[in-house]
Write a protein that binds this ligand. Structure first.
Ligand code: ARG
Length: 403
């Protein structure tokens, strides 16, 4: 085994990665560079710097990735209306390739040949980090302490922390904490009582949305502007991608939008139950479908919907940087060329509903569809032949079956 000289660690400053930092320093006896990504998790990042400094880290990287996260990862994914297993908006899945990209970039910069992450050996995130690193630089060694050390539970983790004088937040003493992952797109909560899918999630697991029952009794109507498939404004005000998602998170959270209690199938083979809160993402998915409804051709829209589950599964399984994801992305992006216009969405007690859509590029023809007298050449007799031909094989089939 060649000696590892330097490791770049994906470091949140939380309990797990603080322990991992110590463990890497002890186990490999080499310099560890920490990388902390600001993805809009809503946590202060300066404490992470202080903690890394206390552990003797010389090279501490804290990088604001919010705009890149939303413009280069979240929005491309939303163009596809991606949902895993019909419901999950992929908030954690889509953040991992971005973190991996920067881990690799920093490794290049500082001349490290190894990166480390704090994902456990049972989840999807380890797969996502590592497949992304493989695709970006096959020469980089990946260290996954959770799969290497003999700490096997949250309790043992706390013991290790105590032994090494790593401060344990008071609420994390004794009872193991929830496993939470948050960024601008979502908050995901797993573990503890949630591990029993029969248990109703207690109210305190929800962090960024109110209970729809407690939401305002008056609906709020907002207008979202789209250009080529991406949202660009709220109520006529142009915003950067991260600012726009932040704004919608605030609005959606207040109206209790985007809560999801889901049992999903992890890539590595087990079922897990989690609580998701995706307020802004849920509004955007609804609004995007609204603008697509008038700007996409039927066959184009249906083709998109056919490939969507496959595309979502690729992202869920960690294949963001794989050729097949890029191929599907090219198809999806091309479909968005005319997806521009404005959508009005009503936010009310947990629901986001489209109530109006307009576009200079609309394919909608009131003249064509109207129940009234119309100027457009549409011959009703054509429909008769159309139905007769489509019914032909059904008649043969029914006759054969003796009907
Ligand atoms: N189950 C979700 C996924 O695989 C979330 C994983 C991270 N969340 C967490 N609470 N640790 O995308």
């Amino acid at each position: 085994m060649t000696k590892i000289e330097k490791i770049v660690l994906s470091y949140s400053g939380g309990l797990d990665t603080s322990i991992i930092l110590k463990w890497l320093q002890e186990t490999y006896g080499c310099e560890v560079v920490t990388f902390t990504a600001d993805l809009g998790q809503g946590e202060e990042l300066e404490p992470a710097r202080a903690k890394a400094e206390m552990s003797g880290v010389k090279d501490i990287r804290i990088v604001d990735l919010r705009e890149e996260f939303v413009s280069d990862f979240v929005f491309p994914m939303l163009r596809a209306n991606a949902l895993y297993e019909g419901q999950y908006l992929l908030g954690s899945s889509i953040a991992r390739p971005l973190i991996a990209k920067h881990l690799v970039g920093i490794a290049w910069e500082v001349g490290a040949h190894a990166v480390a992450h704090g994902a456990t050996g049972k989840g999807n995130d380890q797969v996502r980090f590592e497949l992304a690193v493989n695709a970006l630089d096959p020469s980089i060694k990946i260290i996954a302490p959770w799969r290497q050390w003999n700490i096997r539970s949250r309790m043992q983790l706390l013991e290790y922390a105590e032994k090494h004088h790593i401060p344990v937040p008071s609420d994390k003493r004794g009872e193991a904490p929830f496993s939470i992952d948050a960024n601008l797109l979502h908050t995901s909560t797993e573990g503890k009582i949630l591990e029993n899918p029969a248990e109703v999630a207690p109210d305190h697991v929800y962090q960024r949305t109110v209970d729809p029952v407690e939401a305002p009794d008056t609906p709020e109507i907002i207008t979202i502007g789209f250009e080529r498939g991406d949202p660009v404004s709220v109520n006529g005000k142009s915003m950067t991608p991260a600012a726009l998602l932040t704004e919608l998170n605030g609005l959606g959270g207040r109206h209790g939008i985007g809560r999801l209690d889901l049992v999903e199938n992890r890539f590595i083979g087990m079922k897990s139950r989690g609580i998701y809160e995706t307020p802004g993402g849920t509004i955007l998915l609804t609004a995007h479908r609204g603008i697509e409804s008038i700007t996409l051709d039927r066959a184009a829209a249906h083709l998109k919907d056919e490939i969507m589950p496959r595309y979502a599964e690729l992202i869920y399984n960690g294949f963001w940087f794989a050729p097949e994801r890029e191929m599907l992305q090219a198809l999806i992006d091309q479909s968005q060329a005319f997806v521009s216009g404005e959508v009005m969405v009503r936010l009310y007690k947990g629901s986001a509903s489209v109530i109006s859509r307009t576009s200079p590029l609309s394919l909608y023809s009131a003249d064509l569809v109207t129940f009234e007298e119309s100027a457009i050449a549409y011959d009703h007799h054509d429909a008769e032949g159309f139905i007769r031909l489509n019914g032909l094989r059904l008649k043969s089939w029914a006759a054969r079956n003796g009907r």
